[in-house]
Write a protein that binds this ligand. Structure first.
Ligand SMILES: Nc1ncnc2c1ncn2[C@@H]1O[C@H](COP(=O)(O)OP(=O)(O)OP(=O)(O)O)[C@@H](O)[C@H]1O
Length: 266
């Protein structure tokens, strides 16, 4: 059972996400263990760590779709999963959720009609759909069937769907997987623009360490635990490393040594 803390004040400076003692069990395994971290508002926080360390589970917990979550997890001033959060959060999973037999524009129009129904909103929907398609650089493919797009393009349609409602918090699970370097750079430019001009908070997972350098803050994970919650600069300087990747490896080595020391005293 989630241990709901009293609602924190809903102010601009309050963390967008605040976790304390966050623990998640999947099957018979505890895949997240006593996590404590915050995600500041209006910034890009990167969630990095090796495959299987728990990034998707953490994201699912934040958006409220994960079962067996205990501890405290507040999102935009409400307990994670609170019904009022649905329209305030955009979530893109690793599996693109688009209809292959609809065009890019029709996919967007369909989801826009769910978010903002009624004839009176038709003009507003048209503008939002056009903006979202342009945001993800798919204007030239707007009339193409989603089923005929590449994997990376389909991922971008999913991202466009998430942008439709102008969400305050965007949770993106490995959004740049399978994209070429130019598209990856363009998407990161878009993420920065969303934070800077629309005030959005972005929580973005990746296992590509060079993407860490593009984030304002980082949560580094290993085996269901947070190794570090810091800025890229602070991480590099406190580990004496040139890159975030080297800093991460330094912290992993430290954690492994600490684990071994604990085991040898048992
Ligand atoms: N139903 C389940 N039962 C038991 N363990 C599970 C279940 N689902 C996931 N896991 C385990 O939970 C751990 C965390 O999985 P998660 O998908 O959150 O990792 P991840 O860091 O997002 O990995 P990736 O980068 O490969 O997507 C993994 O070790 C995985 O094997």
């Amino acid at each position: 059972m989630m241990n709901y803390a009293p609602d924190p004040p809903d102010t601009a400076s309050a963390p967008a996400v605040q976790a304390d003692d966050l623990t998640v069990v999947r099957g018979s395994r505890r895949v997240l263990r006593h996590l404590r971290f915050t995600v500041p508002p209006g910034q890009i926080t990167g969630l990095l760590g090796p495959s299987g360390c728990g990034k998707s589970t953490l994201m699912r917990s934040v958006v409220g779709t994960q079962a067996k979550v205990t501890g405290t997890l507040n999102v935009l001033g409400r307990p994670a999963g609170h019904p009022t959060l649905r329209s305030r959060i955009g979530y893109v999973t690793q599996a693109p959720s688009v209809y292959d037999d609809l065009t890019v524009r029709q996919n967007l129009e369909y989801f826009a009609a769910i978010l903002d129904p009624g004839r009176a909103a038709a003009e507003r929907r048209r503008e939002l759909v056009t903006r979202a398609i342009a945001d993800v650089d798919l204007t030239s493919h707007a009339e193409a069937l989603a089923g005929n797009l590449s994997g990376g393009q389909r991922n971008r349609v999913s991202l466009a769907v998430a942008l439709l409602g102008t969400p305050e918090l965007l949770v993106l699970d490995e959004p740049t997987v399978g994209l070429d370097p130019v598209l990856r750079r363009d998407l990161w430019d878009l993420f920065h623009e969303l934070a800077a001009t629309r005030g959005a908070t972005l929580l973005i997972s990746s296992h590509v360490m060079d993407e860490a350098e593009r984030c304002h803050r980082l949560l580094l994970m290993r085996e269901g635990e947070i190794l570090a919650d810091d800025t890229p600069d602070a991480l590099r300087s406190r580990t004496g490393s040139d890159t975030v990747e080297a800093a991460f490896l330094h912290l992993v080595d430290q954690a492994v040594t600490a684990d071994r020391a604990k085991e040898s005293t048992r």
